[in-house]
Design a protein around this ligand. Sequence first.
Ligand SMILES: [Zn+2]
Ligand SMILES: [Zn+2]
Length: 290
Amino acid sequence: MRIVFVNIYMVETGNKEWVLIDAGLYGSAGKIKRMAESLFGPNNPPKAIILTHGHFDHVGALKELIRTWKVQVYAHFFEMPYLTGHSSYPPPDPSVGGGLMSTLSFLYPKKPIQLGGYVHALSKEGHLPHMPDWISIHTPGHAPGHISLFRGRDKLLIAGDAFVTTKQESATSVMLQKKEICGPPKYFTTNWVSAALSVKKLRDLKPEIVASGHGQPMSGEELHAGLDRLVNNFQELAIPKHGRYVNEPARTNKYGLQYVPAERTSKILLFTVFAISAVVMFNIVRKAKR
Ligand SMILES: [Zn+2]
Ligand SMILES: [Zn+2]
């Protein structure tokens, strides 16, 4: 289900048991609960909630859902600092271009949420609780502990934001849900080398169906061709021409954010102001000398 501009997924794991993948935007808990009830019947909460990552648009309804369902939440070990109140995410970069969703990204929340005892780290082996047919794949770059979920039987991939199926930087593309295999949303991606490796890792699984965090599901030839094109031209198609994290990634570890590169836009602005002031001063001094 799409919630304004982000997707959530409900995976039936057999016998009317199910797992929720991601938790949408703040205020969407009612919509999520109604969908769950229509698919799986009343008083049938999910066995678990699994997060592809903890960005604000993937965890918004989490607190309310936990209150109602008393359900356990799972995420990658490296995502834990942002889900337990210990660290903010690296700041989004509104200078990456591509449209209004990027420009407005300075407004997007980056503060951690605090899920307390309800959140647990996934096993390192890729096992997913209550999802025996699936494996989790660490796909960092967009977020340090980003995961994608893969079911080998039918090669179904829930990609999260490792790559997406609409141009998420552009409000028009998002509104029309225009289908296109794109790299991870640029404004929130803080390690482009990891992001490139993650997309390649997912392409090499040769998925048949992809459901990503943003955009419509895609399958078959349209998917294969789009994914090959993205992997083979990642630099031109996915990495922004300029931006805070293009030449240097944000550095994170198990404690959360450790270092962010300086904001490029303000440096450019400072340099421009400095250059203009220098020219003006030079002219004033020259006129004064005459
Ligand atoms: Zn994200
Ligand atoms: Zn997202």
